[in-house]
Design a protein around this ligand. Structure first.
Ligand code: HEM
Length: 430
C-alpha cells in the first residue's frame, strides 16, 4: 500500500495555528496528496482536486447540512429526493434564469454603493452582508422577501454561532446551546415560509422567483412536497449572502490595492445605465474585465478554500492508496496556486481570464465554485451580484486601506477564507 507522504512537522497543532501556511507547505513539499494525520489526506494540486470532486462515487460529500431537515419524520432524504430538490432549485438559479433577472439585482447593488459612508474608514463585512442578504432573499422570494428577511438574518446569526471554533466537537445528537438556537431559528423561518408556500399553491400564482420555480412540478419527478420545499430553503437562503459577502470583502480589498485595475473597472462601468433597474444581461456580459477581476480574486482567495469528502472504500488517488474510512480535504486554495495551471500563480492578474481580443478565457483549473455533482448551485447569481457591485463601486469611488504597516484585517480560515475586520475608505472619484 502506497500511502500519501506525511509533511514533516505537519501536525494537527501546526494546522490549527496556521492552516493556509501548512496547506501551502504541504503542496510545495509533498505535491499532489499529503497526509495531515492518519486517515486525513489533503488533495493539494489542481488535477487531483478536480478528480476528487468529479469522482463522487469514490469520494462522496458527507451529509452534514447546517440546517438539517426538520419536517421529515423518516430521517434524511433519499438520493432521489435530493436530486428532485436540487433540480427544482436549479430552475431558478441556472444562468439563463439569473440573466433574465439582472434588472432586479442591479438596484440592490447600486443601493449598497449609495449608502457607503464616504471619507472615513468603514468595516466592510457588516456593511456588505445586509445588502447581499436583501438581494439574495429578494431573488428567492420577490414580493414575499420583506416578511422573510428578518428570519433569514436570524438563520445567518445561528450559523455564525454554530460554526464558531470550539474546544470540543460534540457528537451530532448532543443538543448543544448553539444547536438548540439554530433549531429555534430554523423553526421560526419555516413557520414564516409555510403560509407563503400554501398561499402560492392554493392561489395558483406560483411566482417567477426561485420559490415559484420550486413549486412548479417537474416533468421528471412531479411536484416537490411541501416538506422538501421547507427543508431545502433555510440552507439556500443563507447561502445567497454568506459566502458572497466573504467574496465581496476580498474583491473590494483588491479594488483598494490595485488602482489601475480599479480604473479599468470604472471605465467599463461607465457604460452601465444610469437607472440600475434597466440593467440587462447584455450590460453584464459587457463587463468582461470586471468579471475577470472577480474571478481572479476568487482564484487567489477562494472563500470556500477547503472542501470535505470521505472515502467509504479503499481507492486510488494519483499514485496513492486512500484507505477506507478516510477523510479527503480538497484544497482549491493550493490548487489555484498550481503554477502548471496558472503561471506566476501568486500574482494578481485579472487579464489571465481574458484572451487577446478581451473575451473570456479559461487559463486553467478554477474551483472557486467547486465542480462535479456538488458544484455551487448559486455560481451564476454570485457572479452577477459581485460583478455589478464591483463595477458600480469602482465607477463611483476610489477605495483605500487605512494607513499603517500592518493590514487592517485578519485572514480567517475556519469555515471559509475571510477578511475579518477589514476596513476601507471610499472617496468620490473626481
Ligand atoms: C462567491 C460566492 C460563492 C462561492 C465562492 C461559493 C462556493 C461554493 C463551493 C466551492 C461549493 C462546493 C462545495 C463542495 O463541493 O463541497 C458550493 C456549493 C454550494 N453552493 Fe455556493 N458559493 C457561492 C455562492 C452561492 C450562492 C449565492 C448560493 C445560493 C443561491 C450557493 C449555493 C450553494 C449550494 C446549495 C451548494 C451545495 C451544492 C451541493 O452540495 O450539491 N452558493 N458553493
Amino acid at each position: 500500500m502506497n500511502e500519501p507522504p506525511r509533511l514533516p512537522g505537519g501536525s494537527f497543532a501546526a494546522w490549527s495555528r496556521d492552516r493556509l501556511a501548512l496547506a501551502r507547505r504541504g503542496a510545495d513539499e509533498c505535491g499532489d496528496v499529503w497526509q495531515l494525520e492518519p486517515g486525513v489526506y489533503v488533495a493539494a494540486t489542481a488535477g487531483v482536486c478536480e478528480a476528487v470532486l468529479h469522482r463522487a462515487q469514490d469520494f462522496p460529500k458527507p451529509s452534514s447540512p447546517l440546517f438539517p431537515p426538520l419536517q421529515r419524520a423518516g430521517g434524511a432524504p433519499t438520493p432521489e429526493e435530493r436530486a428532485h430538490a436540487r433540480a427544482a432549485r436549479m430552475r431558478g438559479l441556472r444562468p439563463q434564469a439569473v440573466a433574465a433577472r439582472i434588472g432586479e439585482i442591479a438596484p440592490g447593488t447600486a443601493r449598497f454603493v449609495e449608502q457607503w459612508p464616504t471619507d472615513r474608514d468603514v468595516e466592510i463585512l457588516p456593511l456588505v452582508r445586509p445588502v447581499l442578504a436583501e438581494i439574495g432573499v429578494r431573488y428567492l422570494f420577490s414580493e414575499d422577501a420583506p416578511v422573510l428577511l428578518p428570519f433569514a438574518w436570524q438563520l445567518f446569526v445561528a450559523r455564525e454561532v454554530l460554526v464558531r471554533p470550539s474546544r470540543w466537537v460534540w457528537p451530532r445528537w448532543v443538543p448543544t446551546p448553539a444547536r438548540r438556537f439554530r433549531t429555534r431559528r430554523q423553526v421560526a423561518f419555516t413557520n414564516a415560509l409555510r403560509p407563503i408556500v400554501r398561499r402560492r399553491r392554493s392561489s395558483g400564482r406560483l411566482g417567477d422567483d426561485v420559490l415559484g420555480q420550486m413549486l412548479r412540478p417537474s416533468a421528471r419527478y412531479g411536484p416537490l412536497s411541501e416538506e422538501a420545499v421547507l427543508d431545502t430553503l433555510p440552507g439556500i437562503t443563507v447561502a445567497t449572502f454568506e459566502t458572497p459577502s466573504r467574496a465581496a470583502g476580498w474583491v473590494l480589498l483588491h479594488l483598494a490595492r490595485y488602482a489601475q485595475a480599479a480604473d479599468r473597472v470604472a471605465a467599463e462601468a461607465a457604460l452601465l445605465p444610469a437607472d440600475p433597474a434597466t440593467t440587462t444581461s447584455t450590460h453584464l456580459d459587457n463587463l468582461q474585465y470586471t468579471q475577470a477581476l472577480v474571478r481572479e480574486v476568487l482564484r487567489l482567495h477562494p472563500p470556500s478554500w477547503l472542501l470535505t469528502r470521505r472515502a467509504p472504500r479503499q481507492t486510488q488517488l494519483a499514485d496513492f492508496t486512500i484507505d477506507a474510512g478516510s477523510t479527503v480535504l480538497v484544497c482549491p486554495y493550493t490548487a489555484h496556486r498550481d503554477a502548471r495551471e496558472h503561471p506566476e500563480p501568486d500574482r494578481f492578474r485579472p487579464e489571465r481570464w481574458l484572451d487577446d481580443s478581451g473575451s473570456p478565457a479559461k487559463p486553467g483549473v478554477f474551483l472557486g465554485f467547486g465542480t462535479g455533482p456538488h458544484g455551487c448551485e448559486g455560481a451564476a447569481l454570485a457572479m452577477a451580484m459581485l460583478t455589478l457591485m464591483t463595477a458600480q463601486t469602482a465607477r463611483r469611488y476610489h477605495l483605500s486601506e487605512p494607513p499603517g504597516a500592518e493590514p487592517g484585517y485578519r485572514v480567517t480560515t475556519f469555515e471559509g477564507l475571510a477578511t475579518a475586520g477589514l476596513h476601507l475608505r471610499a472617496t468620490l472619484r473626481g
